[in-house]
Design a protein around this ligand. Sequence first.
Ligand code: SAM
Length: 344
Amino acid sequence: MTSNTKNKKYRFFNEDCISGCEKHIENDSVDLIITDPPYGIGGDKLDKHYNRDESHVIDGYVEVPSSIYPQFSEGWIKQAERILKPGGSIYIVSGYTNLVHILNALGKTRLEEKNHLIWKYNFGVYTKTKYISSHYHILFYTKRGKRHTFNTFSRYADHEKSDQGGSSNYSDREDVWLINREYKPGKIKNKNELPTQLLIKLIQYSSNQGDLICDFFLGSFSTAKVAKGLNREVVGFELNKGAFEHQIREFDSLDEGYLLDQLRKPPENQFVNSGKPISEYDQEQISKSHIIHLNRGMSKAQSIETLSEKFGRGYWSILRIIDRSVNVNVANVFDSQVEMKISE
Ligand SMILES: C[S@@+](CC[C@H](N)C(=O)[O-])C[C@H]1O[C@@H](n2cnc3c(N)ncnc32)[C@H](O)[C@@H]1O
């Protein structure tokens, strides 16, 4: 079953994701996969586990028995690798119970690990005799063969400062994310819906408008809905018929690009040379000027700020260059001492 059959932008199948993917999705055709597989911990008992009111949760969540979790993970992750374009990215959300099987399955592919993100949420699983579990893992991998999309400045420009005075871009790209789950009292929902803000962030960094996004486990279609809201195309699978039929109607009622107006518009980058290759001559100039600055009594931070403005490059890139030159100088001094000892 497909939403908008005439419109090939959105294709959804009420089918098993492994056989469905084999049947419907071509090799090297998907830009980004964001997916949240069943956790193999008895999804139908999650309400007791999390002490939640599940009266509006759609029945029929399909769980995967933990005994077959390894083979199941290998099956769909192999398909994910096949359909990703070279340079395409995949994010897999996982609890820790079966994380090892997801990691093992990824290890059997040629996908390249980029990050292991931690998503911390509010209201974890309440336990009395051990620590409270309140995070998920998000594994970020890419397919080799082409440079992957990573829109470094899509949310914060290089020079923007947070309230604490640090770089907003740096803190937005740290690998621990605090994003609350959404509560939708009285609304029909799926278990474990991913929050819109989390999905917006992944999609902004790792895709562009018009790209094709795939979700192997649509659940409430949360990835699909955000993708449509950000003008991306979508393909996906969900076995639960009740959820599928309800959510496809909700999906169809949303306008394309409905989230675009809400996105923060970062100012232009100040560091115009950020991300561009740097010549050896410029590196030498930066190192020499830094030594002159220090001799004139400037602090390291003041010197970096001045050089950053002059060379149109961010703080960290200047820091890397001067630290590298200090190491080279130390190594040179060390080498010449060794040479002296040998000749003595
Ligand atoms: C953790 S939930 C996904 C939640 C989703 N990300 C959301 O935000 O609502 C996993 C979903 O996978 C579905 N599922 C389980 N096995 C499947 C399979 N083999 N193929 C397709 N969907 C499956 C379950 O019914 C469930 O809705």
